[in-house]
Design a protein around this ligand. Structure first.
Ligand SMILES: N[C@@H](CCC(=O)N[C@@H](CS)C(=O)NCC(=O)O)C(=O)O
Length: 204
């Protein structure tokens, strides 16, 4: 399989972290797109939306959207499922994934506004509008921190990837002071070899 990704993408990182956790990373060639220009020329061949992650299967079928790819990866291992089937666990887990992905999307929108426009077109209220979503999302996760403390699943994994992207784009956002339990959980989670192996230090 071939995965189209960029190092900082929180959505590609979900796939990359999960592949390491379920120990199938050696079945995946991770292709890091070198630039936004390469993304624009390559990715629409596989995903009409032009977004990463996109996974090319060995039979040349294509999967895109991190939620779809991760659920596919979940069929490739025999360990505890990241997408539980028991409804009592399934819906809270999928909801947490939805919330975490929404936080990631809001950080991307804020970062696009802040860093990818000429100064005269940066509109601070639009950035604040997105960062308020992030703030409310993290407050909500802090209030049900126990959901993160069970076995690893797609909700907790997505939360970690979204938070690390926030740390990267807005390092002074200050979420740790306002969400101490989430901060402690994240510090612990970041020590996992899967997170360390997919750490990044360059902008997307
Ligand atoms: N819902 C999608 C979101 C993917 C996404 O937004 N990817 C970003 C990179 S993190 C992207 O490819 N952006 C390029 C674009 O929007 O054209 C998923 O979960 O995979």
């Amino acid at each position: 399989m071939k995965l189209y990704a960029r190092p900082a993408s929180p959505f590609a990182r979900k796939v990359r972290v999960m592949a390491r956790e379920i120990e199938i990373v050696d079945q995946i060639e991770e292709y890091m797109l070198a630039s936004p220009e390469e993304m624009q020329s390559e990715v629409p061949k596989y995903n009409p939306l032009g977004k990463i992650p996109a996974l090319i299967l060995d039979n040349d079928d294509v999967l895109y959207d991190s939620k779809v790819i991760c659920e596919y990866l979940d069929t490739l291992h025999d360990g505890d499922k990241y997408f539980p089937s028991d409804p009592a666990k399934r819906w809270p887990t999928l909801l947490l994934q939805g919330l975490a992905d929404g936080i990631g999307e809001a950080v991307i929108a804020a970062a696009m506004n802040k860093y990818m426009r000429p100064d005269e077109f940066v509109y601070e209220p639009a950035i604040d509008f997105q960062l308020e979503k992030v703030e409310r999302g993290l407050t909500d996760i802090e209030s049900r921190i126990e959901e993160l403390q069970g076995p690893l699943n797609i909700g907790s994994l997505s939360t970690a990837c979204a938070i690390d992207y926030l740390n990267f784009r807005f390092p002074d956002q200050g979420w740790r002071d306002r969400n101490p339990n989430l901060a402690a959980w994240f510090e612990d989670f970041s020590q996992r070899p899967s997170m360390k192996a997919t750490n990044f230090d360059m902008p997307s």
